[in-house]
Design a protein around this ligand. Structure first.
Ligand code: AHR
Length: 505
């Protein structure tokens, strides 16, 4: 009855520790993610390797960790050997996934050099092609990338100028193999067997690898759950993670349901955890399979269909594809998805924001022109920076609202992360109400917190406001007002349709 949301923070009740890989992202050979995105020789900001330093600066500011590469649907036709060696000898190929021409001017070595420049937390998450290829090619790529030397393929890498092995630990066994759109799409039985054979062989070369088996492309796939069960039966002892992918968009003007997208994400996570643990129990395994939510975002797929229809016979180089522009509303939903991932940090140990630049991305560029931050950049950068440590078990007591798709949904979506070294706590909160402020009371049971260090809010009088080439900083977080820390409680009023971060020390 009273319009107030509440929760209690208690260091004795935790979900688990945040794996830095929760703040991963994704670079696919798709549209302008690579070409004129991260890589644009001749751009005024390009370094000697052709990497855009304006983009590199923003990638560092965003704070991404594991970066998945080279796809995505692209990987199902990927010929890794085309992407290495002298650039002038690299072939141009048809990319069936995105009906584009792949020039291979940017390849594995360039990607590894890019990661190095991003910084010490940047880690490759390399996918192998299990669409048109199989065990042998995965092994060849692994040998080329990771073996120190003294064999044909490792010596080839050295001859190509990369003396040190790349040391790639984290590998995806294909991509979205449950999707009928996928080149080389497979049944769960076919994929499960191939993934198991590939995993076994890759581990023969290096038992220390971490492997991700493909789960479902979304919770709405008709094969969802049965797919995970079958794939895990085949691969349980051979892999470490199963993947989840989810994209959300506002459909038919139903903003209330769109704002509740994290409800779907949380149920997806909980359903996959249940399947993993069920199969583990049936196999009498002591091992737990973790979740790699390696594609997530807001994506207006409806726009993509329109783009694709425009050019049915073209095979362009780096076309403008999937260049969604994100509003304040999108950023609030995006923030709630980040919160959903953090709330399951005990089992979601890898997550990749799809994607990094230009393609459904937090960073946009113009060829020859500037780079800028989309609205979604801000919640991600704040969470990647301050969402480190232990996630506290936040049980929200919140007024609800009615949605057509998800039923009654709490107006508040929230989590809190505690730095175990300092005891500092960061609260992330979303108010889903489109028109009403939401008073929030947080009881700080037994925690020695005396100061609000930072309080920022992403919201706007215009919920459709966005950042563009002409107005790149139209939407940025602003300082929050009125938060009070007194008597072992935090009181604050969350603005309508907002993402809020409050740091307490
Ligand atoms: O991220 C865009 C595409 O979405 C990826 O290539 C694919 O895996 C998914 O369907």
């Amino acid at each position: 009855p009273d319009h107030v949301a509440r929760f209690t923070l208690d260091p004795a009740f935790t979900v688990g520790e945040v794996n830095p890989r929760l703040f991963g992202s994704f670079v696919e050979h798709l549209g302008r993610c690579v070409y004129t995105g991260v890589f644009e020789p001749g751009h005024p900001s390009a370094d000697e390797a052709g990497l855009r330093t304006d983009v590199l600066d923003l990638v560092r500011e965003l704070g991404v960790t594991a970066i998945r590469y080279p796809g995505g649907n692209f990987v199902s036709g990927y010929r890794w050997e085309d992407s290495v060696g002298p650039v002038e000898d690299r072939p141009r190929r048809l990319d069936l996934a995105w009906r584009s021409t792949e020039t291979n001017r940017f390849g594995l070595s360039e990607f590894m050099a890019f990661l190095k420049k991003v910084g010490p937390e940047a880690e490759p998450m390399m996918a192998v092609n299990l669409g048109t290829r199989g065990v042998a090619e995965a092994l060849e790529l692994q040998e080329y990338a990771n073996h120190p030397g003294g064999t044909a393929l490792s010596d080839l890498r050295v001859a190509h100028g990369d003396k040190e092995p790349f040391g790639i630990r984290l590998w995806c066994l294909g991509n979205e193999m449950d999707g009928p759109w996928q080149t080389g799409h497979k049944t769960a039985e076919e994929y499960g067997r191939l993934a198991a054979e590939t995993a076994r062989a890759m581990r023969q070369m290096d038992p220390g690898l971490e492997l991700v088996a493909c789960g479902s492309s979304s919770q709405a796939m008709p094969t969802f759950a049965a797919w995970e069960a079958k794939v895990l039966e085949e691969t349980y002892d051979l892999v470490d993670h199963i993947s989840l992918h989810a994209y959300y968009e506002e459909k038919d003007g139903d903003r209330d349901s769109f704002l509740a997208s994290a409800v779907d994400m949380e149920s997806f996570i909980e359903n996959v955890v249940a399947t993993c643990d069920h199969i583990g129990a049936r196999l009498k395994s002591k091992k737990k399979i973790n979740l790699s939510f390696d594609e997530w975002n807001v994506w207006y797929q409806s726009r993509f269909e329109a783009e694709a229809a425009e050019n049915p016979l073209d095979w362009p180089e780096a076309p403008r594809l999937l260049e969604d522009s994100y509003s304040v509303t999108d950023a609030v939903v995006f923030g709630s998805l980040l919160i959903a991932l953090l709330r399951h940090a005990d089992r979601v140990t890898v997550a990749c924001l799809a994607q990094l630049v230009n393609v459904i991305a937090p960073i946009m560029t113009e060829p020859g022109g500037p780079a800028w931050r989309q609205t979604t950049f801000h919640p991600f950068a704040q969470a990647a920076r301050h969402g480190r440590g232990e996630v506290l078990d936040v049980r929200v007591d919140s007024p609800t609202y009615r949605t057509a798709v998800h039923g009654d949904v709490p107006l508040l979506q929230a989590t809190a992360v505690r730095d175990p070294r300092t005891g500092a706590v960061t609260v992330f909160a979303v108010n889903r109400s489109q028109d009403r402020p939401l008073p929030l009371r947080v009881a700080l049971g037994g925690m020695d917190l005396g100061e609000i260090v930072e309080h920022t809010v992403l919201s706007d009088a215009d919920p459709d406001a966005r950042n563009t080439l002409d107005e790149p900083d139209r939407v940025t977080p602003h300082p929050g007002e009125g938060a009070v820390l007194a008597g072992s409680a935090l009181s604050v009023t969350l603005e309508p349709l907002s993402w809020t971060m409050i740091r307490l020390a």
